[in-house]
Design a protein. Structure first.
Length: 141
């Protein structure tokens, strides 16, 4: 059973994770991020599973609920802790999946810093009327 769960992780339909995120850090910071995520998971009601690709500096984070779905506050707290851990490791975290009540309280794209102004200029140049996915990308672009 253990080997089947490991082999099928991410492909098995049951149980489906409540939330999923991708953190990107320098490859040398992956162990620090994993350790920090482990500490924050220990204080959460959600079970956490991590898949790392240390050569690329990416860590996939999945949260699972035991029985019923967790509250929006519990989800927001878990995501905030994970994002803080990514920021401490000098990285960023994109939220791939979360409850809609949480999504409205959180920028799923994280902060990108100075490149945001260039992205806004490109959006204005190539989509001057703002018809293509308004407000759905980083910084509300």
């Amino acid at each position: 059973t253990l080997w089947r769960r490991i082999a099928d992780f991410g492909w098995d339909d049951h149980p489906v994770s409540v939330m999923a995120a991708r953190a990107s850090v320098l490859p040398s910071k992956v162990p620090e991020l994993i350790e920090s995520l482990g500490r924050s998971a220990a204080s959460s009601d959600l079970r956490t599973a991590l898949v790392s690709h240390p050569g690329f500096g990416s860590v996939l984070i999945f949260w699972f609920a035991e029985d019923e779905g967790p509250s929006d506050d519990a989800c927001l707290e878990a995501l905030s802790r994970a994002r803080d851990a990514a920021h401490i490791a000098e990285g960023r975290m994109i939220v791939d999946r979360c409850p809609s009540g949480v999504k409205s309280q959180l920028d799923v794209w994280d902060e990108v810093g100075e490149p945001l102004s260039i992205m806004r200029q490109m959006k204005a140049q190539y989509d001057p009327k703002g018809t293509l996915n308004p407000g759905r990308f980083v910084g509300g672009i």
